[in-house]
Ligand binder design. Structure first.
Ligand SMILES: [Zn+2]
Length: 239
């Protein structure tokens, strides 16, 4: 009886030439990134992905997955900038498991793209709002803008350093935790500031009221003094 079940195995192959020409050892060195293995799969016609990163427990070598159409001339000619962009995006996921597309992932992705420099055009163009989509809140733009600003500043700062991508990842992870705690405490902090502001306004009002009372007392004293003076003067003049 023949086996009808199709079985597949992952085997190591030579890097596709288009991939090897785009993701070079020089590029990885420039970025300070240890090579992350890649599994090429051919996405189905309806697929809406060019790459993905499964949790390491579902991989053999912590590999990321890229669509083989990215590197095989078919409908489109493979583009080095597109190959590098998808590779770096998935590498950011591999380095930052459990973050999805949050500000930390955007920070790391932007950093990797900044370090990649120019491949036809500036690669940082490719790090986009897609990378931070989980934090977008159109109804509440302020916290999102704070997260975006935090990620932008840290990425541009770290990109200039000699630190490896892995060292940068550790810093981003730590700082992101602190930043989220700071941001979560913002309503409490702003409430306390508002309370202090209200108390200061009330104190000012009390002071103004006390001054007004003192002025009124002085006026009464003056009027009383004038009347008393007038009575005394009348007594002496007519007495
Ligand atoms: Zn992603």
């Amino acid at each position: 009886m023949s086996a009808d079940v199709i079985t597949l195995r992952q085997v190591q192959v030579e890097p596709p030439p288009e991939f090897a020409a785009a993701v070079t050892p020089e590029l990885l060195q420039k970025i300070g990134l240890q090579p992350v293995p890649v599994l090429f799969l051919c996405a189905s016609g309806e697929a809406d992905w060019q790459g993905f990163c499964s949790s390491s427990e579902f991989t053999e070598l912590s590999e990321i997955v890229l669509d083989s159409k990215l590197v095989e001339p078919s409908v489109y000619k493979p583009k080095p900038s597109r190959i590098v962009h998808v590779y770096l995006h998935e590498c950011a996921h591999r380095l930052l498991p459990g973050h999805g597309h949050d500000a930390a992932l955007f920070c790391l992705s932007l950093l990797l793209h900044l370090r990649a420099g120019k491949i036809g055009r500036h690669m940082w163009f490719a790090a986009s709002l897609y990378d931070i989509q989980d934090d977008v809140e159109f109804e509440k733009p302020e916290p999102f803008l704070k997260r975006f600003g935090w990620a932008w500043r840290l990425a541009t700062e770290l990109a200039e350093t000699e630190k490896t991508a892995e060292q940068c990842t550790a810093i981003i992870t730590e700082k992101h935790k602190e930043f989220c705690a700071w941001l979560d405490a913002a309503p409490e902090r702003e409430g306390a500031v508002q309370q202090r502001r209200t108390a200061a306004v009330q104190q000012q009002k009390n002071l103004e009221s006390a001054l007004a009372d003192a002025r009124a007392d002085r006026l009464m004293f003056f009027v009383f003094g004038a009347v008393a003076g007038l009575v005394v003067a009348t007594f002496f003049l007519w007495g």
